[in-house]
Design a protein around this ligand. Structure first.
Ligand code: HEC
Ligand code: HEC
Length: 429
């Protein structure tokens, strides 16, 4: 394991490289190529994670997000994707219309600047709407924006998604809003986009978090009973009409308030948060991914020891020889099984990552997780062996994981495998 000083050096030395990668390589689209997930999904029936994911995709129409393996990009029935273009496509698909909804369009409640609107809460929020604890990871809401209470077509949308168990005062929520391009109520770009990103910086921080962080803090910031932890108006399942029941009965019935892609992951993407990731690893969905044929000694400069790497369909598609060297799309993910010996059959630990936005932001927009044996002295870890668990913005995900992975593909010493770039060292073809 490199020292944190060396990691920081690597980060500083190579940090700009990943974000300099082109992001528009169409050949990297996971829809392309015969090596896509379709060839991989056959026989996957044993995995409960994969099963519940497929079942989550049964409504409201036959367009099943993720049938191409790009669930993180497309979102799920209970979770918007992140990134403006992906969010717009997901909104257009209408999944959120199955969520617990206010019965009708209403004037905004103070201190809302959102005008006439109608709010939809996903199952994570609606099933916990009576409580006061922080919302679980995966909490999401959609607010349809209207010009008038009698209109039938929204003129814009506000969307948020909680990405980690700790709200971090709004920083760990994804925020998106689009208003009419003629709107003068909020600053927006040429497409009407007011905010599009985590609440760490820019308008998501200054506008959205700037007000939503006060939700439930006092009477003036409690327009609706139960508002707290960034959420002003939680719509409970009981408030909703038939739409909620429709969502519950549309699939297998296995779906519960917490059994959504944000917390259980999908067949192609891990969830975020250590406990969620461990359950997802145990479910074995990643074993259907493209994998190296066997356990091997780590390739320099890897500190991971004996291991076997699995790449999801997003990376696999971009690893094709003709796919170019663009940045990986959102949803790129890999699992590395860690072993004590070449002949072992049971991993002693795992390293996992997931790209959460189109722009790697030099590793900050990737989620990083690693667990090693509790007896390991190779890397700093907690009492459970966890080395890293979080976005590459801070702590060990930044100093250890990003500190080295940011250099992937930057020179011969950091190219253990062909095609390595944009945080990925060994893309499995
Ligand atoms: C000045 C305060 C304020 C600002 C700024 C603000 N909101 Fe809100 N927002 C509210 C209030 C209050 C509600 C509840 C309104 C209601 O019930 O009519 C709300 C509702 C919402 C909802 C529906 C779920 C809920 O929590 O009630 C979403 C989604 C949302 N806002 C997203 C955003 C996004 C994204 C931004 C940044 C572009 C933003 N908001 C900026 C005050 C604000
Ligand atoms: C000193 C450099 C270094 C550090 C630190 C490091 N890695 Fe790696 N990692 C590598 C290399 C090199 C590979 C490819 C190894 C191979 O092909 O055998 C790799 C492979 C991986 C893979 C498999 C996919 C791929 O990109 O090849 C995952 C997942 C991974 N690392 C996650 C992590 C996580 C999470 C952390 C932080 C806890 C971390 N790594 C820390 C160098 C590093």
């Amino acid at each position: 394991m490199v020292s944190s000083r060396a990691c920081l050096f690597a980060l500083m030395g190579f940090g700009l490289l990943a974000s300099a990668c082109s992001n528009d390589d169409s050949a990297a689209n996971p829809n392309n190529g015969g090596n896509g997930p379709g060839s991989n999904d056959g026989g996957a029936g044993g995995s409960s994670v994969a099963d519940s994911t497929v079942e989550a995709g049964t409504s409201p129409d036959s367009t099943v997000p993720g049938s191409d393996g790009s669930l993180a990009l497309a979102g799920t029935a209970q979770s918007p994707p992140t990134g403006g273009a992906a969010v717009e496509a997901w909104l257009a698909a209408g999944w959120y219309k199955q969520w617990a909804a206010e019965p009708a369009i209403h004037a905004s409640r103070s201190p809302s600047p959102h005008g006439f609107n109608r709010i939809y809460s996903n199952q994570v929020i609606s099933s916990a709407a009576g409580g006061t604890s922080p919302w679980p990871t995966g909490a999401a809401a959609v607010k349809e924006l209207y010009n008038a209470p009698t209109d039938t077509t929204p003129v814009g949308y506000a969307v948020y998604l909680k990405t980690q168990a700790d709200s971090a005062a709004g920083a760990n929520w994804y925020w998106y809003e689009r208003v009419p391009v003629t709107s003068t109520a909020a600053p927006h770009d040429a497409n009407g986009v007011v905010a599009d990103g985590l609440g760490t910086t820019g308008t998501p921080l200054t506008i959205c978090v700037g007000c939503h962080a006060a939700a439930g803090s006092d009477a003036a910031h409690t327009p609706t009973p139960g508002g707290h932890d960034e959420v002003y108006t939680p719509v409970s399942s009981n408030d909703a009409g038939a739409s909620d029941a429709a969502a519950d009965s549309s699939g297998s019935g296995a779906e519960s308030g917490t059994n959504d892609a944000a917390t259980v992951g999908t067949s192609q993407t891990p969830p975020m948060g250590g406990a969620n990731v461990e359950s997802w690893l145990a479910g074995g969905a990643y074993k259907q991914w493209h994998s190296e044929p066997a356990i091997h000694a780590s390739r320099s400069p890897s500190p991971h020891g004996f291991n076997r790497i699995y790449s999801n369909a997003v990376i696999n598609a971009g690893a094709a020889p003709d796919a170019g060297m663009g940045a990986w799309p959102v949803g790129a993910s890999a699992v590395k099984e860690l072993y004590n010996a070449l002949t072992d059959t049971t991993p002693v630990g795992y390293a996992v990552y997931l790209k959460t936005q189109a722009d790697s932001a030099a590793g900050a927009n990737w989620y990083w997780y690693e667990r090693v044996p509790v007896t390991s002295t190779a890397a700093p870890h907690d009492a459970n062996g966890v080395v890293a668990d979080g976005l590459g913005t801070t702590g060990t995900p930044l100093t250890i994981c990003v500190g080295c992975h940011a250099a992937a593909g930057s020179d011969a010493a950091h190219t253990p495998s062909p095609g390595g770039r944009d945080e990925v060292y060994t893309p499995v073809q």
